[in-house]
Ligand binder design. Structure first.
Ligand SMILES: [Zn+2]
Ligand SMILES: [Zn+2]
Length: 412
C-alpha cells in the first residue's frame, strides 16, 4: 500500500497527488488528469482538464474527443501545478508516451506508466529518470520475458510475408503503437510496397505521419475495389478483427499475431494463428530491473502484471525496498499489451480473452529462456495460476495477469 501521507496516494479514482491536486491516468472521470499515453486503460474520457505530451495529442483527441481541454507538453518541460513541480519524460512505449515525475516537499516520485527501453522508430526513446520513489509497471515481469530488437522481428515479418506470394498475409497487432512500429520498421528495412490496413489501424496513421514518423505506404483495405487481388499483400489488423466478418474478404490468408505474449506457447495456441512474432511495447525483465536500479529509488511500488515477482526480486536480489501495488483500476489494467480496451474504442469489436501466463514452473522455464525469439517457455493453460520462480525460491506467487512486456538494455 502507498503511505497515506506520501506525495502520491491511491484513491478510488486512481493515483493522486495532493500537492498538485491531480490524478495520474485516473480510471474514473476526475477534474484534473495527467495522462501517460493514449491507450484506453490509461486515458479515459470525461475528465475536466488533461495534461499530456503534445506528440500524442492527435491520438488523444481522436480517442477522447476533439473538444477535450488538453495542455500539450514537451518532454522535460518543467511545470508548476499547485505546490508540485511536474515533468513528463519519454517512456519509449508508443507515440507521445511519458513517465511522469512529481516533486514537492523535498521528495520526488516517478510513475513510469507503460514503458519500454528497446529502440522503436515510431516514438521517442526511453529516458532514464531518477526519483526517490518509483511506481513501475511490470506487465512482463518474469525472467522468461526477454525481447529481440524490433528491427530483427520486422525482418522476420517481412520474410514471412514475402515468402507467401500466392496468398494474402494478415498480421494481427494492436492498432495503436504496435501497428505503426511495424510499419516504421518495415520502412527502415527498405520495404516500398503498400501495406493494407484494417480501419482501426488506418484511423491512427495520420497522427504518426503528422509527427514526421516515416512509415511504409499504406491504404485502408476498404479503399480497394472488391475485385482487386489480395495475393501477396500484407494486411495489418487489430486482434479483434480475427473472428469478425471483416476476415471474409481475406479467406485463405496466412495469419500471424505480433505481441509480447507470443513468447508464451499457450497464448499462440489460443490465438489460433499460424505464426507468432514476439514483439512488445513493454519492458522485458532485464529492462524492468535496470529501470528500478537506475532510478536510484529507495522505494519501488510495482503495478500491472507480475508485480509480486518483480517486487520480490528487487527486494531479495537488488536490495531495494519494493512491494506490489494493487487496488482498484490498477488491477483492471490487465490486458496483454494493455491494448484491449482501446481496440474496443476503434471501429471493431473489443478483444477479449487476454492470454495470460498461468502456472509457469521456473526451473524448466529458465532453459527455454535463453531463447531465440519465439522460443517457448513452459506455459500452462488457463487464467492466472501459480507461478514458481526458481530464481526467487520456490514459493507459489499469485500471478496477476495484466499487461504486456518489453525490452532490455545493457547496464553500465
Ligand atoms: Zn500502453
Ligand atoms: Zn497499459
Amino acid at each position: 500500500m502507498l503511505p497515506p501521507d506520501g506525495l502520491i496516494s491511491l484513491t478510488p479514482q486512481g493515483l493522486y497527488c495532493r500537492a498538485a491536486d491531480v490524478w495520474i491516468d485516473p480510471w474514473r472521470p476526475v477534474s484534473r488528469a495527467l495522462i501517460t499515453h493514449g491507450h484506453a486503460d490509461h486515458a479515459r474520457p470525461g475528465c475536466g482538464t488533461y495534461w499530456a505530451i503534445g506528440a500524442g495529442a492527435g491520438i488523444l483527441r481522436k480517442r477522447l474527443g476533439q473538444g477535450i481541454e488538453l495542455h500539450s507538453l514537451d518532454y522535460g518541460e518543467a511545470l508548476q501545478i499547485g505546490d508540485a513541480q511536474v515533468s513528463f519524460h519519454s517512456a519509449g512505449h508508443v507515440l507521445g508516451s511519458a513517465q511522469i515525475r512529481l516533486e514537492a516537499g523535498g521528495e520526488s516520485w516517478l510513475v513510469t506508466g507503460d514503458f519500454k527501453r528497446d529502440a522503436d522508430l515510431s516514438c521517442a526513446a526511453f529516458e532514464p529518470v531518477r526519483a526517490d520513489v518509483l511506481i513501475s509497471e511490470a506487465t512482463f515481469g518474469l525472467p522468461i520475458y526477454r525481447w529481440s530488437p524490433g528491427a530483427q522481428v520486422a525482418a522476420e515479418i517481412r520474410t514471412w510475408w514475402q515468402s507467401c506470394p500466392q496468398r494474402p498475409s494478415v498480421l494481427f497487432c494492436y492498432a495503436f503503437g504496435k501497428a505503426q512500429r511495424i510499419l516504421a520498421e518495415l520502412h527502415a528495412l527498405g520495404v516500398e510496397q503498400e501495406v493494407l490496413l484494417h480501419g482501426a489501424v488506418a484511423a491512427l496513421i495520420e497522427p504518426y505521419r503528422q509527427q514526421g514518423i516515416a512509415l511504409v505506404p499504406t491504404r485502408p483495405l476498404s479503399a480497394l475495389s472488391r475485385d482487386e487481388p489480395l495475393a501477396g499483400r500484407l494486411v495489418l489488423a487489430p486482434p479483434a478483427a480475427q473472428a469478425s466478418a471483416w476476415m471474409k474478404r481475406l479467406r485463405g490468408a496466412q495469419t500471424a499475431f505480433a505481441s509480447g505474449w507470443m513468447a508464451v506457447r499457450g497464448a499462440r495456441r489460443r490465438r489460433g494463428c499460424e505464426s507468432g512474432f514476439v514483439l512488445s511495447d513493454h519492458a522485458d525483465w532485464p529492462a524492468l530491473v535496470a529501470t528500478a536500479r537506475q532510478s536510484g529509488a529507495r522505494q519501488v511500488y510495482v503495478t500491472h502484471g507480475q508485480s509480486d515477482v518483480l517486487a520480490r526480486y528487487l527486494r531479495e536480489v537488488e536490495g531495494i525496498a519494493a512491494e506490489p501495488l494493487q487496488g482498484g483500476g490498477l488491477a483492471e489494467r490487465g490486458n496483454p499489451d494493455g491494448e484491449v480496451g482501446r481496440e474496443a474504442t476503434a471501429d471493431d469489436t473489443g478483444e477479449t480473452g487476454a492470454a495470460i501466463p498461468g502456472d509457469i514452473t521456473i526451473g524448466e522455464a529458465t532453459a527455454g529462456d535463453t531463447t531465440e525469439p519465439g522460443a517457448e517457455p513452459a506455459e500452462p493453460e488457463g487464467a492466472a495460476g501459480l507461478i514458481n520462480v526458481g530464481l526467487i525460491n520456490a514459493d507459489p506467487i499469485h500471478a496477476d495477469p495484466i499487461h504486456g512486456g518489453e525490452p532490455r538494455e545493457a547496464l553500465p
